[in-house]
Design a protein around this ligand. Structure first.
Ligand code: SF4
Ligand code: SF4
Length: 358
């Protein structure tokens, strides 16, 4: 029996004015002309609700690049789906935030690149972006929408963490998500320019721990450590084909946002298939569901059901084999190689970013 998915990540578009070097979007981005139309998204959301999905994350690219975002939010609300808008904020204004709230939006996750405008805009490759984000954060709070700030950490902004915590407080955010860069898509292409040292990572964890103790319920802080210095891997997306579905702008249904990096997987498209059919029968969802596909050391490991072998895309990127154990796991034969790679890259001189562009 395959359990129902809980979440749907709806990548409404790959268009985005920002050029974050850690963006998890694929290097080859979907064009506007390939995007699903409003009617198809409405059908997909209806099918998701029927399948058991409860949360929809409206993402991209920048989802506000779609003029029909309010209609899509309204559709979620009508279906009783919790809607979370993941946005850079730069294409929003106060009026549009109010419209989204009136359409039934439940939550906003607003990304920042650093605490100060000069550095944030340099990282994003977009002048004036940080100032606009501050305006939008105020608009979200004024509209009585819960606000989470997202900060992706890397070697070029890791020292701003204490100031970013203060910024989240001053903006009225209820939550701050501090996530070390995960090396997929553009982030993998920029890994050398982004990789922090093990010492920096430990310091960031200590700063979060101290802030949690000091701030308590005033600000919830989530912390996602980097895989490259981990001992145990994270189950990818809570388990391959176990908890969530990702639909790309052109309609491909993926078990995780980076799954297209694995050659040979066939991704069914929501234009041609129903979501329930895709969830249960698509070859891509079946490929790494459960544990039957595993090889040693995962095949004999007590943790295999919960861990799922970690991230398939990371296993492929480091070992060249998508069925290998995630090298983030200290039991993987490639664990030492991955760690050595991270230490060498973090010690190398800073290199220029390759900004994400269409
Ligand atoms: S990570 Fe940056 S470039 Fe990628 S979609 Fe988000 S805001 Fe745009
Ligand atoms: S050996 Fe495999 S299943 Fe066990 S913890 Fe490591 S990655 Fe997970």
């Amino acid at each position: 029996m395959i359990p129902a998915p809980i979440g749907l990540l709806a990548e409404l578009t790959h268009r985005c004015p920002l050029g974050c070097p850690y963006c998890s979007n694929p290097l080859r981005l979907d064009r506007r002309s390939d995007e699903l139309d409003t009617e198809t998204w409405t059908r997909v959301l209806t099918e998701a609700s029927e399948l058991g999905v409860r949360q929809v994350h409206l993402s991209g690219g920048e989802p506000a690049a779609r003029r029909d975002l309010e209609r899509i939010v309204e559709c979620c609300a009508t279906l009783g789906l919790y809607s979370n808008l993941i946005t850079s904020g730069v294409l929003l204004d106060r009026r549009r935030v109010m419209w989204l709230a009136e359409a039934g939006l439940d939550h906003v996750q607003l990304s920042i690149q650093a605490d100060d405008a000069a550095r944030a805009d340099a990282i994003a490759g977009y002048g004036g972006g940080h100032a606009r984000k501050l305006t939008i954060a105020a608009a979200v709070v004024a509209a009585d929408l819960p606000l989470t700030l997202n900060l992706v950490l890397h070697r070029r902004n890791i020292d701003c963490l204490p100031a970013a915590i203060e910024l989240a407080l001053s903006l009225g955010a209820g939550r701050l998500e501090v996530a070390h860069a995960q090396y997929h898509g553009w982030a993998l292409a920029n890994r050398r320019a982004l990789m922090p040292s093990r010492t920096q990572v430990a310091e960031s964890a200590a700063i979060v721990k101290a802030a949690r103790g000091r701030l308590g319920a005033r600000l919830a802080i989530d912390f996602v450590p980097p895989d490259y210095y981990a001992t145990w891997p994270k189950p990818c997306m809570g388990g391959w084909g176990r908890r969530s579905i990702n639909v790309t702008p052109s309609g491909k249904a993926l078990p995780c946002h980076a799954a297209e990096s694995i050659p040979g997987l066939a991704f069914w498209n929501v234009r041609e298939r129903g979501l329930a059919d895709i969830w249960r029968n698509s070859p891509a969802f079946r490929a790494f569901r459960g544990t039957a596909w595993m090889q040693a050391p995962c095949a004999g490991c007590d943790r295999r059901a919960a861990c799922g072998g970690g991230c398939r895309c990371q296993a492929l990127a480091i070992t060249g084999d998508a069925t290998a154990a995630d090298p983030a796991c200290h039991l993987s034969p490639s664990h030492g190689e991955m760690l050595a790679m991270a230490e060498a890259e973090s010690a190398a001189e800073e290199s220029a970013f390759r900004h994400r562009r269409m």
